[in-house]
Design a protein around this ligand. Structure first.
Ligand SMILES: NC(=O)c1ccc[n+]([C@@H]2O[C@H](COP(=O)([O-])OP(=O)(O)OC[C@H]3O[C@@H](n4cnc5c(N)ncnc54)[C@H](OP(=O)(O)O)[C@@H]3O)[C@@H](O)[C@H]2O)c1
Length: 197
């Protein structure tokens, strides 16, 4: 069954970028958050060019293989140079969420300006029964507030960045999580939580 998940590389102090992110340098000075994608010896079966440790490859590829569509917030979209007109995952539709600051997106992308519920509905339709991934702390917070998230995955990297874009943003009330899996790996610990409803 299709699930709504979010998976981010997060510092121990809760940042998903370092300082000064922007187009072409989406992680700011926090580039070490993504080192574990490239410093292993196991090629990803899903992403060309990714070489992970064995445990990270198992976690990453099993998540990536389940994906059918992605919802990205405008900050993620712009800091990722609009994903070159495509999307962050091969062959997966990208839905961009904004309150209206964007007037258009690429032909292979869909812009939604009517709220996170509509963005996730569009993504579910595009996903054809596969999972929907949320990208960006703002989008995740909006989706959590709307009760639409099934899993929150932290690829927790052992660094205190001390600044950058915060992953954890304000919520109208608390959200309980249940730990499904904790996988220690070189340079990262994969923590998979289910949202308790
Ligand atoms: N470490 C990782 O794994 C990872 C993964 C993904 C992204 N990133 C980085 O994380 C940063 C993401 O930044 P972020 O968390 O600040 O932002 P974000 O979630 O990517 O984008 C926030 C924007 O999304 C739109 N939005 C959010 N909720 C909405 C709603 N309910 N209705 C309509 N629009 C809504 C708004 O756009 P408008 O202002 O246009 O209205 C809002 O300003 C980027 O720098 C990216 O490079 C890191």
């Amino acid at each position: 069954m299709s699930r709504v998940i979010s998976a981010h590389a997060v510092s121990v102090d809760g940042y998903i970028t370092g300082r000064d992110p922007g187009a072409g340098h989406g992680l700011g000075d926090g580039t070490m958050l993504f080192d574990w994608y490239f410093d292993g010896d196991t090629p990803s079966q899903v992403f060309d060019g990714f070489k992970l440790s064995g445990p990270s490859a198992r976690v990453f590829d099993s998540l990536a293989a389940r994906l059918g569509a992605v919802v990205a917030g405008r900050n993620t979209y712009e800091d990722s140079e609009r994903f070159g007109g495509g999307g962050p995952h091969p062959g997966v539709r990208l839905i961009v969420l904004s309150h209206g600051a964007l007037s258009e997106v690429g032909e292979r992308q869909t812009l939604v300006t009517t709220g996170v519920e509509d963005a996730i509905a569009a993504a579910r339709e595009a996903a054809g029964g596969k999972d929907v991934a949320l990208m960006g702390g703002g989008v995740l917070a909006a989706a959590l507030a709307a009760g639409l998230v099934d899993e929150v995955i932290l690829h927790q990297v052992p660094v205190l960045l001390g600044g950058g874009r915060r992953f954890f943003q304000e919520l109208p009330e608390h959200v309980s999580l249940r730990l499904l899996e904790a996988v220690p790996a070189p340079g990262v610990t994969h923590l998979r939580y289910e949202v308790v409803r």
